[in-house]
Design a protein around this ligand. Structure first.
Ligand code: BYC
Length: 326
């Protein structure tokens, strides 16, 4: 199937997308049908899906790293067990998502190579360090909360394998969110040092979290196409707004201060207004110039190299057990 390139490249040069097929396809999407891997789909739909699912998969696998560095230093055995389980879940999400992306014709090895070579992006937030234990608590509570807002919406989207993967992922993320909330509450209601530690973590993570939902709708490149085909069910600003409306009151209830002096509730619209995030910094970070980009990719590359013998052994083993047809 993959031949010299992978399937969407072949379509890109050969397939004539007649308007009848496109119209039928869009009618199905408007009616709420799910598109399945063997169905006809426009080349651009396939490309956008691969881009989004692949970046999501990379985000899960790289996202395991900031929290993963705290497994050996977690305060107490129970918290260590819980963190290990969470990190393991995140890597599992990557597996589900790589499988979903593979249904569109891009081989997993190619995706991993594109990640390691910096060709393919992953979420901005994982390019920042988790400096203290409180950073892991903020990640597990607020980044997982942001992820749930995005993924619950997108699980109602149009591509069957991605939506089904998201449903399962959201169940697990909900558990992570509870774990993260429990850790934040513990610190925020603890000693002065613990309260300062969690406030420090919130100060460090607020900006990356605001960036997490993607650039403002005014400068987003793909939103229009993605929403037309129900690959994305809400715009970046809508998701960011939903997060603020749900979580600002919860954060404040814990006595924490959100580091945005312009943050205020508009009593007429009942929406939280905020400082426009710095989109130049966002662009630098997602294009390789964040505090941890190099370190994250180096770890991934090393894991890939160290695991090569396992993949080779598994492949050889599976060939050994293939029953000949004749
Ligand atoms: N970070 O036109 P736009 C997790 C890029 S992991 C980096 O608005 P789109 C977790 C974007 O790719 C969950 N890059 O794009 C794991 C595009 O660049 P390209 C992560 C970003 O696709 C472990 C350019 O900016 N969630 O929860 O319409 C532990 C223009 O943007 C980001 C997902 O991956 C970003 N934040 O919308 C704990 C969800 N934002 O490709 C937790 C799936 C934008 O043209 N993805 N860019 O080079 C999506 O829903 C959408 O892709 C986005 C962006 C909302 C992120």
């Amino acid at each position: 199937m993959y031949g010299g390139g992978y399937i969407f490249e072949e379509n890109g040069s050969g397939e004539i997308e007649d308007s009848v097929k496109l119209k039928e396809f869009e009618t199905r999407i408007s009616a709420g049908d799910k598109v399945e891997p063997t169905d006809w789909m426009p080349v651009e739909y396939r490309k956008q899906l691969i881009r989004m699912i692949e970046q999501h998969a990379h985000s899960e696998i790289i996202g395991a790293l900031p929290e993963g560095t705290w497994i050996t230093r977690a305060p107490g055995f129970r918290r260590k067990l819980a963190l290990m389980a969470k990190v393991q879940d995140e890597v599992g999400h990557a597996q589900l998502l790589y499988s979903a992306a593979e249904t569109l014709g891009k081989p997993r090895e190619m995706m991993i190579n594109d990640l390691i070579n910096g060709k393919s992006k992953y979420s901005n937030v994982f390019n920042y360090p988790a400096e203290t234990w409180a950073d892991t608590a903020i990640i597990a509570w607020l980044i997982d909360a942001g992820a749930i807002i995005n993924q619950v919406a997108n699980s109602k989207g149009s591509y069957g394998p991605y939506c089904r993967a998201l449903e399962r992922i959201c169940q697990e993320e909900s558990f992570h969110l509870k774990y993260g909330h429990d850790n934040v509450v513990f610190l925020a209601t603890g000693t002065r040092t613990q309260r300062e530690m969690v406030q420090g973590a919130l100060n460090r993570w607020w900006k990356p979290i605001m960036h997490f939902f993607g650039p403002s709708d005014k400068i987003s490149v793909h939103t229009e196409t993605m929403m037309k085909w129900k690959l994305k069910m809400a715009s970046n600003d809508e998701m960011r707004q939903k997060f603020l409306d749900m979580y600002v009151p919860k954060i404040r209830d814990l006595g924490l201060t959100i580091p945005d002096p312009a943050l205020r509730k508009n009593e007429q619209t009942c929406k939280w207004e905020y400082t426009e995030p710095d989109w130049e910094e966002f662009k630098r970070v997602i294009n390789g110039d964040g505090p941890c980009n190099k370190e994250r990719l180096a770890v991934r590359k090393k894991a890939e190299e160290k695991g090569a013998w396992v993949r080779r052994a598994l492949l050889r083993n599976s060939e050994q057990y293939v029953v000949p047809l004749s």
